[in-house]
Design a protein around this ligand. Structure first.
Ligand SMILES: NC(=O)c1ccc[n+]([C@@H]2O[C@H](COP(=O)([O-])OP(=O)(O)OC[C@H]3O[C@@H](n4cnc5c(N)ncnc54)[C@H](O)[C@@H]3O)[C@@H](O)[C@H]2O)c1
Ligand SMILES: O=C(O)C(=O)C[C@@H](O)[C@H](O)[C@H](O)COP(=O)(O)O
Ligand SMILES: [Zn+2]
Length: 357
């Protein structure tokens, strides 16, 4: 088992990564709770809820299941979970346990952050992408107008990542998770990035998967420890997200996965970086790898001005000015303000390039 410690302003928590951890889930709880409410979704729950309950044998456990998918990161589901917590009689000594991917983790974490002004929660991620979402304490729900617009920084008390859950993931979810791993590599580790570009996502060994997730978690943990509240370097974890989040919201949440759109956002950010810094970056290499692994790159036609308006609804925006995370080089990210006129030009040229290949 691999254990990474993450220091936050309110607590230090551990990220346990290993196989079969669900079977002994209880041993990762730091104390006795009056009750535990497991929040899961219809897909993750169908595979792993019974296992998680068994791993908590002897505890007072209740469970609530939300519909699978990004649309559940909504104010309505958030409210329903508060109602469930009240109906189940959760008190300030209760625990919320998020069993699922980033949707469950972000949503249940935000419920924990707000229920009775905050109760403990534990992340039990079951997707590859959730190596990113379960670490760092960003919890949120979406607003119709923008991603993660309603939320908080609220660290978990621990993260228990049973990687044996990952073998039931659908292909598009493997792709989605690996887009965030590629992001971590691009902003922090050139050698890691090159090694990723050699893998076939649908022919991964257990060891490859565990070590690549482990490296992703290391990178994420070191950045969030340095800048928990995103006043500086944490913005780099948003590489690819300025466009990615805009597209997610324009496409209506859930038709495309988060990672698929972050992947397109990263290609765009590489193109803009090349222009801004007059350099050559691995755009073509990333593009070929995305194609080889069947990432969808066929965006519908959007008005460039509409995309720009959406990009402005971003937490990095200052005034009305778009801030993008760019790369001076692989492993050398920097946040840069991009002028609207330049953005029109960049987007038009990028959308044309995407159509050509
Ligand atoms: N808080 C953060 O720092 C952070 C970081 C990255 C992404 N996010 C958020 O995470 C969300 C995306 O997370 P996600 O990609 O995990 O999506 P998700 O939670 O919707 O999971 C993807 C799909 O996989 C299913 N699933 C989950 N575990 C499974 C398993 N083991 N086997 C089979 N199917 C399984 C789910 O039911 C769902 O249908 C987005 O909302 C994104 O904004 C947050
Ligand atoms: O942890 C972070 O910081 C990130 O930016 C990680 C991103 O992968 C993630 O999608 C995050 O939820 C985006 O945050 P937001 O503040 O742009 O909503
Ligand atoms: Zn992300």
């Amino acid at each position: 088992m691999n254990v990474t410690k993450v220091r936050s302003s309110t607590n230090t928590y551990k990220v346990y990564i290993g196989e079969g951890l669900l079977e002994d889930l209880k041993s990762y709880l730091p104390k006795k709770y009056t009750s535990i409410m497991i929040v899961t979704d219809s897909m993750a729950g169908s595979y792993y809820l019974d296992k998680a309950k068994k791993g908590l044998a002897g505890e007072k456990v209740v469970a609530t299941t939300i519909p699978a998918g990004e649309k559940s990161k909504s104010i309505q589901t958030f409210y329903n979970l508060h109602t469930d917590a009240l109906n189940y009689g959760l008190d300030r000594q209760s625990l919320i346990l998020a069993l699922g991917g980033g949707v469950v983790g972000d949503l249940a974490g935000f419920v924990a952050a707000t229920y009775m002004r905050g109760i403990d929660f534990i992340q039990v991620p079951t997707t590859i992408l959730a190596h990113d979402s379960s670490v760092g304490g960003k919890v949120a729900i979406n607003h119709e107008q923008g991603k993660n617009m309603i939320g908080s920084f609220y660290p978990p008390i621990n993260v228990v990542y049973d990687v044996s859950t990952l073998f039931t993931l659908e292909r598009k979810e493997i792709r989605s998770g690996y887009a965030e791993i590629a992001k971590e590599a691009l902003i922090a580790d050139r050698i890691f990035f090159q090694s990723l570009m050699e893998i076939d996502l649908f022919d991964l060994s257990n060891d490859q998967l565990a070590s690549q997730i482990g490296r992703g978690v290391e990178i994420k943990a070191s950045i969030v420890e340095a800048d928990e509240r995103e006043s500086g370097v944490r913005k780099h974890l948003n590489f690819g997200h300025t466009l990615g989040h805009a597209l997610e919201s324009m496409l209506g949440y859930g038709e495309w996965t988060h990672g698929e759109l972050v992947a397109i956002g990263m290609l765009f950010a590489l193109r803009v970086s090349e222009d801004v810094f007059g350099t050559t970056l691995p755009y073509t290499q990333l593009h070929s790898w995305l194609r080889k692994n069947d990432y969808p790159l066929n965006l519908p036609d959007f008005e460039v001005q509409q995309i720009i308006e959406k990009m402005k609804i971003d937490k990095k925006t200052i005034g009305r000015s778009i801030q993008m995370v760019l790369l001076r080089d692989v492993g050398a990210p920097v946040t840069v303000q991009v002028d609207d006129n330049d953005m029109v030009r960049y987007l038009k040229s990028f959308m044309n390039d995407l159509k050509k290949i």
